[in-house]
Design a protein around this ligand. Structure first.
Ligand code: 5GP
Length: 236
């Protein structure tokens, strides 16, 4: 098998084949983008921060019974993962109203959403990741009704685990986006869990510690990402 064959290049990660069947190499690059690629930059060190946080949470979730694609870190920005057949959905859990939900529905920014809600987007950059509902997910054959139930339950469990962890670290988990894939019959958590894919607010000050700092020019992106890494390591 061809080692280092580029399989997929996303906006912030590149995925390569390895010479081990069923294992892929994910490189977290320093590229940062927002508004579907409308804003882009390179921030040296950002890839390593996201890789570290993702690896930490994949291990934390595995320990708590959630199957993930994580195998090991190869270096500070390179993760070895199990190859999954990805399900083309962005599953978003929300504990506090922010971002697109405030634009689309009569929530106010910062309004608590309890119990949390899960919304799903169809992963399709060309059409701006449109919202998709359960009937469409089933009609398109992305998930069976049973699998859809499992994805929903797993997402709620992940939300509780992450929320509890972040609260102890002095951070509010506002929302996050995850992606799933199949490894045989098992639905596994794939992709990443990082400051690019979560909304995190400092519990003491309310400051954003995530990609909103970049999206809306709220300050120094790398120092916000670094603060999350520090708080996670202190908590652990
Ligand atoms: P919103 O729908 O408010 O834009 O995003 C909700 C949450 O999902 C935020 O934490 C946001 O960062 C994350 N999210 C939504 N779409 C994407 C995406 O295409 N890529 C990444 N990395 N995160 C996303």
């Amino acid at each position: 098998m061809d080692d280092d064959q580029l399989l997929y290049e996303g906006k912030a990660k590149s995925v390569f084949r390895t010479n081990v069947a069923g294992e892929l190499r994910v490189v977290f690059r320093d590229d940062i983008t927002a508004f579907n690629g409308g804003k882009k930059d390179i921030l040296a060190g950002k890839g390593a921060y996201n890789a570290r946080v993702s690896a930490f949470f994949f291990e934390y979730l595995e320990k708590n019974g959630i199957p993930t694609h994580f195998i090991r870190m190869e270096d500070e920005r390179t993760m070895i993962v199990r190859e999954l057949t990805m399900i083309p959905l962005e599953v978003i859990a929300r504990n506090v109203a922010a971002g697109s939900i405030v634009k689309k529905f009569p929530f106010t920014e910062g309004q608590r959403i309890d119990p949390p809600v899960i919304v799903t987007d169809y992963k399709d950059d060309e059409h701006g990741d449109p919202s998709i509902n359960d009937d469409l997910i089933i009609a398109l054959g992305f998930l069976s009704p049973d699998d859809l139930r499992e994805v929903r339950e797993t997402t709620l469990k992940i939300n509780t685990l992450l929320k509890d962890f972040f609260t102890k670290a002095g951070i509010e988990l506002v929302d996050f986006k995850i992606e799933f894939g199949r490894s045989g019959d098992t639905i596994c958590l794939g992709d990443e869990i990082s400051m690019d894919s979560m909304r995190l607010w400092d519990l003491a000050t309310g400051e954003s510690l995530d990609k909103d700092v970049y999206r809306f020019g709220k300050g120094d992106v790398l120092s916000a990402y670094g603060r999350v890494v520090d708080k996670i390591l202190q908590e652990n």
